[in-house]
Design a protein around this ligand. Structure first.
Ligand SMILES: [Zn+2]
Ligand SMILES: [Zn+2]
Length: 268
């Protein structure tokens, strides 16, 4: 497996694994490059609000880089929630250290949590989806990120409220394409996230259909992430994600260094 660019350690409020354990798990899976993307959240309702400690994260990262040397390339990352609403805080955080990779995530839209069924309180399925993609467009346009994470995260709330495992986004094509166009025009990327597999919500996402739309809108940068919160989840389902990227017609998967795409590993 070529990389895993979405991993959590105990520097995230919802994970217990040490960075060393996550690195060992990556090596055991035959993964040569990872990005440790712990949660950074400035949204007060979020469980991880103000939890991230950059100094401790960086000292663990340096230790792991020394420990694993050439065996494993460890990129310094963060997964920033709702960065478009907290630009000043986010930029100050990112300027303090040399991060390689920033995932942009939407976990809340209009005060509603995308990971809980209460997201849909008082909303129909279609109204909830519309509200989600409107807010995602704002993040895509104004936010600080390199790659937009789990763009179909609303599947989690859909699954919990409506017991639906898949989500056909074709009825919302215009809204979704608008987000993808903004991402492409800004020269940013899209992630294929495999966490849905371990959560029993279905295939990695977004779907091949959405990946194709991204390509048609000019998108060229794609990364893969297991979104592992435990060592045993590292690398899970990335082979399937890679097959989807290939099926959508992308020639490769992009790597980052110092927040710059540094190359593409060909998958053709
Ligand atoms: Zn997330
Ligand atoms: Zn995550």
């Amino acid at each position: 497996m070529i990389h895993d660019y979405h991993l959590h350690t105990y520097f995230s409020c919802d994970a217990d694994a040490s960075m060393e354990a996550v690195c060992r798990a990556a090596l055991a899976q035959g993964i040569e490059e990872i990005a440790i993307t712990d949660h950074v959240d400035f949204t007060p309702q979020d469980p991880c609000y103000m939890y991230f400690q950059a100094e401790r994260y960086w000292s663990a990262l340096q230790r792991c880089r020394e420990m694993f040397g050439d065996l494993l390339t460890i990129r310094a990352g963060v997964e920033v929630g709702e960065s478009h609403l907290y630009l000043e805080e986010v930029r100050s955080l990112l300027s303090a250290y040399e991060y390689d990779f920033v995932l942009g995530s939407l976990h809340w839209a209009d005060g509603r949590p995308l990971f809980r069924e209460s997201f849909f309180d008082g909303l129909s399925l279609d109204d909830g989806i519309a509200l989600y993609f409107e807010e995602l467009a704002r993040l895509a346009e104004e936010g600080e990120y390199d790659v937009l994470a789990h763009v179909d995260i609303i599947r989690r709330a859909v699954y919990r409220r409506f017991k639906k495992r898949g989500l056909d986004l074709r009825p919302h094509e215009a809204r979704v394409r608008r987000v993808l166009r903004i991402v492409a025009e800004r020269g940013k990327g899209l992630e294929v996230n495999t966490a849905y597999l371990r959560k029993g919500i279905g295939a990695p996402g977004p779907s091949v259909q959405v990946l194709r739309w991204f390509r048609e809108e000019g998108g060229r940068i794609v990364t893969l992430g297991s979104d592992a919160h435990r060592p045993e989840e590292v690398g899970l389902g990335l082979d399937r994600a890679l097959a989807m990227v290939r099926e959508a017609g992308f020639g490769g998967v992009t790597f980052f260094r110092r927040r710059t795409p540094v190359g593409v590993v060909r998958i053709g």
